[in-house]
Design a protein around this ligand. Structure first.
Ligand SMILES: [Fe+2]
Length: 84
């Protein structure tokens, strides 16, 4: 994740809106994945099961809650897929 600030700055400097959106979304989604990975390790030790809803557009993951809209890309909840 250390490379995203430079990639985002370069995309901004080049006025490349597609690259800017892709790098920003990927940075946000990777941050969320890192959080969930740590939590999943603790849940596994506690034998707690969760449901995960994955945005099929940007791969953001919501735990135990199907959001109305993806907080990263804004997709509607119909774009989420349940993963158990
Ligand atoms: Fe999304």
């Amino acid at each position: 994740m250390d490379e995203y600030p430079k990639l985002i700055k370069d995309a901004t400097d080049e006025n490349n809106q597609g690259a800017l959106r892709a790098f920003s979304h990927t940075r946000d989604v990777e941050g969320r994945h890192s959080e969930l990975y740590k939590k999943a390790m603790n849940d596994m030790l506690a034998e707690r099961l969760s449901k995960y809803y994955v945005c099929q557009v940007c791969r953001y993951i919501s735990e135990d809650n199907l959001p109305e809209n993806c907080p990263v890309c804004g997709s509607v909840k119909a774009k989420f897929k349940l993963v158990k």
